[in-house]
Design a protein around this ligand. Structure first.
Ligand SMILES: Cc1cc2nc3c(=O)[nH]c(=O)nc-3n(C[C@H](O)[C@H](O)[C@H](O)COP(=O)(O)OP(=O)(O)OC[C@H]3O[C@@H](n4cnc5c(N)ncnc54)[C@H](O)[C@@H]3O)c2cc1C
Length: 470
């Protein structure tokens, strides 16, 4: 009965309950799920996979889902790393990738409007052909969608200059669980004082409050020049102090990446790097007609680094990293051996707490004899994010690797929350980090739950994610 109704909306080719499709859509890039998948554990599976082509169709689907209390899980590129698309209680997997059209490029007011299912790379390619960029270059550019970026508060490599996705979005079209189609900033004005910001309310909602179907974003002329420089510091403290000083000027390099010794050795192949040292990569974006400004900014930052004890390592390291930064992920190399399990914990804190958080989290995870490394790659005047990577080499005998992986996450997140870090800077919450949401947000989480209940009384939208009930 439900299937017939769905076919009436979408046509037979856009509705599937084939076992193969169910399996293909049962996961994202959550490493634990990939490991379970490889061991033959595909559960839980969705009941239907749908490929809508318009907000109107999604509205009709949500009305049916609401009537029948069927869970609906929005699916972008499946590039999320938190299990955000795993259909915990079955239901409808709503793949929005057929909604990939550019609606408007407004060169007068510098914005683009596109459907939410467009792949990040395709959007950037279209803009580049016209001489523009949206300035969002996450490592998942080739496997994630614009809607997915917005739904997870994603951050790209150039975030220090262009911001995170939440700094770029001007307007969202969202289909609410009752089928209403709204725009959060219908006239796409740069700023407004018409009450709370509904765009920000839906950004980061991880499919739990509605389906994002269209997005308007700021765009910028593509920079003519991107200039790199690397510095080696005797310790982590000196590297962080230098970054702090740069962010106290009005200069915003496009790339600011500080690495601990372990990750710097791996990424930049600096074999003689000493224990405790840190490595900083900076990049500056500029235009031919204002080149002098960029050169001046470069020089000021160069002097800050030298004064702060940095050893000039030249431009090659950063340049090569930038050119090859996506290659390490594709084809999916990380998980080709079920006994090697790696994951990343993306947290953030204030400058006065960055070192403390690093040492506390590292200590908590290393206690289990797991390898840990970190870099800091998204900075603000008052702090920045830390990307902690842990790597385990473990035979999965009696699910030992699985248990160890979960323990590493638990220890890491406990240490994060106990030491003033946020659970996530840009990957979002998904399935596993939900347990920490009440600890992180306190009473504000109670308010968030009430808002969710008001918008989605039947809890059809992506149940069990973001700390909300199943
Ligand atoms: C190799 C690799 C590198 C990565 N690098 C980065 C990085 O540099 N920076 C970064 O921020 N992240 C990174 N990520 C994480 C991931 O790409 C982001 O979280 C991304 O935002 C997910 O988008 P997606 O389209 O793949 O979403 P999906 O995985 O399909 O979905 C993720 C969540 O968003 C919801 N969702 C998706 N589309 C919609 C929609 N239209 N409306 C409502 N909800 C929706 C889903 O329900 C789910 O909860 C990386 C991931 C991989 C695999």
């Amino acid at each position: 009965m439900v299937k017939e109704k769905l076919i009436a909306i979408l046509g037979e080719n856009n509705v599937s309950d084939l076992e193969t499709d169910k399996i293909a859509y049962s996961r994202d890039c959550f490493p634990l799920k990939i490991m379970q998948y490889k061991e033959g554990n595909m559960e839980p599976l969705p009941d239907y996979i749908l490929w809508p082509e318009s907000a109107q169709q999604i509205s009709e689907i949500l009305k049916i889902a609401n009537e029948n209390k069927i869970p609906v899980i929005p699916y972008g590129g499946g590039g999320g790393v938190n299990g955000g698309v795993i259909p915990i209680t079955g239901g409808i997997l709503l793949d929005v990738q057929k909604m990939d059209k550019i609606i408007e490029i407004n060169e007068e007011s510098l914005f683009i409007t596109a459907q939410a299912g467009i792949l990040g790379q395709h959007l950037e390619d279209v803009l580049n052909q016209r001489g523009y960029t949206y300035g969002h270059l996450p490592s998942s550019l080739q496997c994630s969608t614009l809607g997915g970026f917005a739904a997870n508060r994603s951050a790209g490599a150039l975030s220090s200059k262009y911001g995170k996705i939440e700094d770029m979005v001007i307007d969202l079209e969202v289909v609410l669980p009752n089928g209403d189609i709204i725009h959060t900033n219908p006239i796409k004005t740069p700023r407004s004082a018409t009450g709370p910001d509904l765009t920000q309310f839906f950004i980061g909602s991880e499919g739990c409050l509605g389906v994002i179907t269209e997005i308007t974003l700021k765009i910028h002329p593509v920079p003519d020049i991107r200039k790199f420089i690397g510095f080696l510091f005797d310790d982590l403290h000196s590297g962080l102090e230098v970054v702090k000083k740069i962010f106290r000027t009005s200069i915003r390099p496009s790339i600011v990446r500080l690495y601990d010794d372990v990750e710097a050795r791996m990424v930049y192949h600096i074999s003689d790097i000493q224990k405790g040292q840190s490595y900083l990569t900076l990049a500056f974006d500029g235009y031919e007609n204002t080149k002098v400004l960029m050169e001046k900014e470069y020089q000021i930052c160069y002097d800050i680094c030298k004064k702060g004890g940095g050893k000039d390592m030249g431009e090659e390291g950063g340049k090569i990293w930038f050119q090859n930064r996506l290659n390490m992920y594709y084809p999916n190399r990380q998980y080709h051996d079920a006994h090697v399990l790696a994951d990343t914990i993306d947290v953030a804190t204030t400058f006065d707490n960055i070192e403390n958080l690093y040492y506390k989290m590292k200590e908590a995870i290393k206690r289990r004899k797991i390898n840990v490394m970190a870099h800091w790659s998204h900075f603000y005047p008052n702090g920045g994010s830390m990307y902690m990577i842990f790597v385990m080499i473990e035979k999965n005998k009696e699910h030992r690797a699985e248990r160890l992986y979960e323990e590493a996450w638990r220890d890491g997140l406990d240490a994060c929350v106990a030491n003033g870090g946020t659970l996530s800077h840009h990957h979002g919450v998904g399935i596993f980090k939900g347990d920490w949401m009440p600890k992180q947000l306190g009473l504000a989480f109670e308010l968030l739950k009430k808002l969710k209940k008001t918008i989605d009384p039947n809890n059809i939208m992506n149940p069990g994610k973001l700390g909300f009930p199943k």
